[in-house]
Design a protein around this ligand. Sequence first.
Ligand SMILES: *Cc1c(COP(=O)(O)O)cnc(C)c1O
Length: 309
Amino acid sequence: MNHTDTKLPVTPVKYAYLDEQFADVEAYFADLRRLVKTGEFTIGPFVETFEKKFAAYLGVKHAIGTNTGTGALILALKAAGVKPGDEVITVSMTFTATVAAVVYTGAIPVMVDVDPTSWTMDPSLVENAITPRTKAIVPVHLHGLMVDMEAIKSIADTHGLKVVEDAAQAHGAQRNGRNVGALGDAAAFSFYPGKNLGALGEGGAVITNSSEIADSVQILRNWGAQKKNHPDRIGFNCRMDALQGAILNVKLKYLEEWLESRRRVAKLYDSALEVRGITKPTEMPRSRHTYHVYAACLPQRDQHISALQ
Ligand SMILES: *Cc1c(COP(=O)(O)O)cnc(C)c1O
């Protein structure tokens, strides 16, 4: 019997790089067949395998798969001890989820400006934003460029603050020989399809070197229960689908290749884009920009947008 629904549209229009991302579609189907037989459709062995591989790729002790990047941020903040009424320092130059996640925990987001060259959190402004209620700092590795984590970490240590990195756009980004998540207490990733490592749907992960934070995230993502149906706190349903774990296992193998190809294209843009007054993205010293977005500033932005359209 043929179950293919011929009425479903199959023309992919949303992402130009879709063909490349579907390189290993046969491997997806092989895993999907295995998955249907196991019947474990949420977390389970496929997700555990992905968690191990993703942690190894980033050189950290723990990775915990979640439903979305937003879920990963909320769980990481809560596991780091952020409570209602606490203040959390972050940036407004980010995707809305960064600030929403802080608000969902009941904490108060406090914005600092970004550095005009890197477009990421300016560490020199953080100290002034600290009050006795400050609990954590959430730097955002915007567009795939890592924040100056040494500077952020040293401020956090001086003031006894936690650092939760928003790495939703920065899989594989590096600075000063360090990976994303190496200096923070935890880092949150998104596997939304448009991200540099995307699932076939929604997905996210928290990475950390702290067993305490890892345990807490694992419990919080699964209704606050260490033992099934025995919750010991109010948790969430933020589990990762087994299907997404299986897909991400396959795609993770290609990530380095894809990042290198993005970097090559970005260099091409760097040398070929000649528009009066343009400001191109700056790859900061000793950094590996992964160009989730190649953003540029133009004095006549709206005119350029309509001309390109
Ligand atoms: C995509 C993104 C998120 C949220 O991830 P979702 O998986 O869409 O929930 C958070 N922060 C930043 C900076 C993002 O780009």
